[in-house]
Ligand binder design. Structure first.
Ligand code: TRP
Length: 371
């Protein structure tokens, strides 16, 4: 399958080098990592391991920060199903950035987007907006520095800004950026202007331009490429970004973890038994067919989904990860053992998360933007 990457479809084996060229992205190299480390003291595992590998204007964000001009963070969720490990990948990194740089975070809930793009009622989307808020709060974002924006609820402050963006975009730009056709509904055609708004709304509310950094998976880049083209035309800074590769679905390296099929995703609401079953039954293995063969030839961690989850999310310790990798390659570690270790790690995390969830509802009012 040829690779296809748009905000609404990720298909095929992803060739990241090709994406970097096609999209015109910068690479997060040694110099930038050094500059980040100067402020954060240590580097997040997803930076050390090249998971957040691409960027736009990150150097500028750090230059401004060095001058005392702080940025704010912007990320978001399309609320159409449970939160899964793919979301977690971006948001654990967002939380780390918020804590280390001590900055504000604007969190967009694109209920309009999911209503317009999915075959779901608005009532169902509203239910997911609420449920997703609970999970995001349970991840431990700082209520004093985090602002939830819900597109339909905050329409009073957002729509006025969205139309300023919309006026600078024509239908043919949307068609070529997103692959939308003449058959797209007219809400879909408008939508990208709503996703642009949080990149400059804090500047509107503060009455002065503030740099914006958007951590996101690389499929969202087309939105922000358009946003970046338009911002100078309405007197705003271009938002910067730092972008990660996709967390693989359980089924293997093609595409990304998503909500369309429960066999390919682990959600933050799964029970320990469900996690165990999913990993054992569905997690694509880089091991050999028989134990004998595995001991002889060894496994391939690069295509092994359990190993990738450890690398991206659940094994922050480099030494332990290296040992696992070596032992798996040599055949000393079996697929069964690797899976059991991964299950244990995921379930440990989920036990804490699910405990935090119980306290999340009461905190919702503290997170919703009051402007
Ligand atoms: N469109 C994203 C989704 O479908 C949600 C989103 C909105 C987002 N604003 C964002 C994601 C900013 C990353 C960064 O999930």
């Amino acid at each position: 399958m040829p690779q296809k990457v748009t905000p609404w479809k990720v298909e095929g084996d992803i060739n990241y080098e090709k994406l970097v060229k096609e999209f015109g992205l910068g690479i997060v190299g040694k110099d930038l990592l050094k500059r980040i480390k100067k402020h954060t003291k240590e580097l997040h595992p997803m930076l050390r391991r090249n998971v957040f590998f691409a960027h736009r204007d990150l150097k500028w964000i750090l230059d401004e920060y060095d001058k005392g001009n702080k940025f704010f963070l912007y990320t978001g969720v399309g609320p159409s199903g449970p939160i899964h490990l793919g979301h977690l990948q971006v948001w654990t990194f967002v939380k780390w950035l918020q804590d280390k740089f001590n900055v504000e975070l604007w969190f967009q809930f694109t209920d309009d987007e999911k209503f317009l793009f999915k075959d779901k009622s608005f009532e169902e989307i509203e239910k997911w907006t609420y449920e997703n808020m609970l999970d995001i709060i349970a991840l431990g974002f700082d209520a004093k520095k985090t602002h939830f924006l819900i597109d339909t609820k905050h329409a009073d402050i957002m729509y006025k800004e969205a139309i300023k963006v919309a006026k600078k975009i024509n239908f043919s730009m949307v068609k070529s950026s997103f692959g939308l056709t003449d058959q797209a509904n007219i809400g879909q055609i408008f939508y990208t202007s709503m996703q642009a708004v949080p990149a400059f709304l804090p500047s509107v509310l503060k009455g002065k331009n503030i740099p914006c950094l958007i951590p996101h998976a690389v499929d969202q880049d087309p939105h922000f490429r358009l946003t970046r083209d338009i911002m100078p035309k309405i007197g705003r800074y271009k938002p910067a970004s730092i972008q990660c590769s996709f967390l693989p679905p359980l089924s293997g390296s093609k595409g990304k973890m998503g909500n369309t099929n429960s066999n390919i995703a682990i959600t933050l609401r799964d029970t320990p038994k469900e996690v165990e079953n999913k990993i054992k039954k569905y997690a694509f293995s880089g091991g050999q067919q028989t134990l004998d063969e595995h001991r002889k030839k060894g496994g391939n961690p690069d295509i092994d989904v359990s190993f990738q989850y450890l690398k991206m999310l659940f094994e922050p310790d480099d030494k332990t990860l290296n040992t696992i990798e070596e032992n798996y390659r040599s055949g000393a570690l079996t697929t069964g053992e690797l899976k059991n270790y991964t299950i244990e790690k995921i379930n440990k995390f989920l036990a804490i998360h699910q405990k935090n969830l119980k306290k999340a509802e009461k905190q919702i009012p503290k997170f919703i933007e009051k402007n």
